[in-house]
Design a binder for this molecule. Structure first.
Ligand SMILES: [Zn+2]
Length: 169
């Protein structure tokens, strides 16, 4: 595993390649600091993951033939090809036994801050503003989140995955 995860309680963080766009959003919604890199060479992605102590996720076979991944210098996870999106997510949660953390911004990976209704009045549709009871703002990009129907669908998946993480391997 990564050097930073040995004894400290800091959760794993991930670096995904261009093929894992959907998975990136799920990992962020599940609370994991996950970067998404498009249009860079394998070498750059590897350097980025090493520099920031991230687990590299890719479905690119040749990537995993590189020495740093083979010898475990860089922890990596080779995503089996042909998995549906939720199965990809399930596989990562299962392999790394990830408990759910506070959701992050699915767009930019920023941390979300709980705010009052007034804090999002200009960013949330009027109807949602009335019905929703929890509102969050991304500290980085300012995107608003609230516990509406989209959120509830995400919550269902988060709970299902949480169970998976708690089961014996
Ligand atoms: Zn954001």
């Amino acid at each position: 595993m990564s050097p930073s995860s040995d004894e400290s309680a800091s959760p794993l963080c991930f670096a995904c390649d261009a093929m894992c766009g959907g998975l990136v959003r799920w990992l962020r919604a599940y609370g994991y600091d996950t970067t998404y890199t498009k249009g860079v060479e394998d070498r750059e992605l590897i350097e980025h993951a090493l520099r920031e102590g991230r687990v590299l996720i890719s479905s690119d076979g040749p990537m995993f033939e590189r020495k740093v991944l083979r010898d475990g210098t860089l922890p990596g996870f080779r995503l089996p090809r042909g998995l549906k999106l939720l199965d990809q997510f399930r596989e990562v949660v299962r392999v790394f036994r990830l408990p759910p953390l506070d959701a992050r911004c699915t767009v930019c990976n920023g941390e979300l801050e709980l705010v009052g209704r007034d804090g999002v009045a200009d960013r949330v549709p009027a109807k949602s503003l009335i019905w929703a009871t929890e509102f969050y703002l991304c500290r980085a990009c300012g995107k608003a989140y609230w516990n509406g129907s989209h959120w509830r669908r995400i919550e269902v998946v988060r709970r299902r995955m949480a169970k998976l993480a708690g089961e014996p391997a």
